[in-house]
Design a binder for this molecule. Structure first.
Ligand code: FAD
Length: 485
């Protein structure tokens, strides 16, 4: 029986463990933390539960697929519901808008509230679906580092459509061309942040993202986002996978050009294959430090990071849904601050995720659990204590203005997560949320492959390798990787 060792129990590490166990491997997972899930974890603070990182769940079938692979009915183990209202949008001038998952209803809402003809919204979402249809099979479902991908029928079809797929303009340019209302341009530009990029730099190809929400669906797991981790962790264990927690791997063992195992806490563990789920930049600095370094790939600019305030708020705000966006009045300058000045804009776009609107036991009665997040630059040694203090003040002032409240007096419990603590907890280089940014049109080609071309039997999965960051792509990375084994 063949043996596989996995470094990291991020969502891709867990998915890989399930896929390899199903293939008949004996699998062991080594995790530095005392809990599984990496970024996809949770935190309890004084009677409030918070999902610690990801809050938006798309491509739910990728989770179901793992249960099905293991011969189980996903609905017996993991439940989720489709969101009817995807997001509540708020602007400083008092305008509000609900993004309904039903495209016609959303397009009508946009026309009524913002005066932009409904057909423009419908057309934008049709274009988003078109990009998805042509690029997903090529960039998301296969390795870009195998010749067979480039000679596949899908690839040949896509070559003729490159112009229409938005490679030659930025997301903002494409959205400005399509819409006349600046608020709607802003709303569609926001999708660049779904993989930590800048809409004023990233190619319009990223207009693929709205289709994930509107075309394929946005969901909420009934027990919260953390249940994605927990249900898959239990599935993995039921297949015989062994997890070692508080077990930080020191080195991947390589002999005669082959990965033969790993060392952890002074012990050697041997295996037929080794899979790394740890962020690649930090992996090359630590567990692969003695190996040849792919310098160009490691130098690629990283995605943005986040500053999060977990606030227990002792009041109910009926105007808030699960996902809420309080937009900045100067979006361009906000991204200029994040990606060029590497600082935080005084009027940041504030995202408030309130799972207690869906799952009331996440907060005491009459209260709400606010996961309040702003996009910030990744960690380059800025004065974070100063930046966090200042940003907290700006965020509270903005919420007070826009929701007409006095938030400070309502905050019962509070914890903060910033780029430094994200790196500390998950080993993500510079605290970036999604590995490399997609701010240039070559970014997709400059992610690390799912296998090592120098070291045999060494494979990679997770948000810092192909096809990229976010839960769906991390799950895809595990699938692409396991298909190669
Ligand atoms: P990670 O979660 O990065 O975990 C890696 C694991 O490896 C960690 O547990 C770490 O402890 C372990 N490890 C590292 N080094 C070692 C070592 N030497 N030995 C042993 N173990 C080690 N995605 C979405 O789809 N939707 C969202 O709404 C969303 N929002 C986000 C918000 C925030 C604040 C954050 C932080 C991320 C968000 N993401 C979102 C991105 C998503 O969380 C990640 O892309 C995804 O979870 C990455 O999974 P991964 O498999 O790469 O592993």
């Amino acid at each position: 029986i063949k043996k596989a060792l996995i470094i990291g129990s991020g969502i891709a590490g867990i998915a890989a463990s399930i896929r390899l166990a199903v293939k008949g491997y004996q699998v062991e997972v080594f995790e530095a933390n005392s809990y599984p899930g990496g970024k996809l974890s949770q935190t309890d603070i004084g009677g409030y539960r918070f999902d610690a990182g990801p809050s938006l769940f798309t491509e739910s079938h990728l989770v179901d697929e793992l249960f099905i692979l293991a011969g189980k009915n996903p609905r017996d183990y993991f439940e989720y519901q489709k969101l009817e209202a995807i997001c509540q949008y708020f602007w400083e001038d008092g305008k509000r808008l609900t993004a309904w998952s039903d495209i016609d209803r959303f397009a009508e809402e946009v026309e009524t509230k913002l005066g932009e003809p409904a057909k423009h919204t419908r057309e934008a979402l049709r274009q988003s679906a078109y990009i998805f249809q042509h690029l997903a099979p090529l960039f998301m479902e296969r390795s870009l580092h195998r010749l067979s991908t480039w000679t596949s029928p899908q690839a040949l079809q896509s070559y003729f459509k490159m112009g229409k797929l938005g490679i030659f303009s930025t997301m903002n340019q494409a959205n400005e061309k399509r819409f006349s209302n600046p608020k709607l341009i802003q709303l569609f530009n926001r999708y660049a942040t779904y993989n930590g990029s800048d809409p004023y730099q990233t190619p319009a190809t990223l207009n693929i993202i709205p289709h994930l929400e509107f075309g394929r669906g946005a969901y909420f797991p009934k027990k919260g986002m953390h249940d994605i981790t927990i249900s898959l962790f239990h599935l993995s264990k039921s297949l015989g996978v062994k997890f070692h927690f508080e077990s930080k791997v020191d080195e991947i063992l390589v002999e005669n050009g082959k990965a033969v195992g790993l060392s952890c806490k002074g012990k050697r563990f041997l295996a037929d294959i080794v899979i790394n789920n740890m962020d690649m930049v930090n992996a090359y600095k630590t567990i692969l430090h003695a190996q040849k370094q792919p310098k160009r790939l490691l130098k690629q600019p990283k995605s943005s990071s986040a500053l999060i305030f977990y606030w227990g708020v002792k009041k109910n705000f009926p105007e808030l849904g699960l996902h809420n966006i309080l937009f900045s009045d100067d979006y361009k300058e906000e991204f200029n601050c994040i990606f060029k000045k590497r600082s935080i804009h005084p009027d940041p776009t504030v995202y408030i995720n309130v799972t207690s609107t869906m799952k009331p036991d996440d907060a005491p009665a009459g209260c709400m659990n606010w996961f309040t997040m702003i996009n910030v630059p990744n960690n380059q040694g800025q004065d974070w204590d100063g930046l966090v203090n200042e940003a907290r003040w700006h965020v509270i002032a903005k919420i007070n203005r826009m929701l007409k409240t006095d938030l400070e007096s309502l905050i019962e419990v509070e914890e903060t997560l910033d780029p430094r603590s994200i790196e500390l907890k998950t080993s993500s280089a510079h605290g970036a949320l999604y590995g490399n940014s997609s701010n240039n049109r070559f970014a997709a080609f400059l992610r690390h492959a799912n296998f090592s071309s120098d070291i045999k039997n060494l494979y990679f999965c997770g948000g810092s390798v192909h096809p990229g960051g976010g839960i769906p792509l991390s799950l895809m990375s595990a699938k692409i990787m396991c298909d190669m084994v």
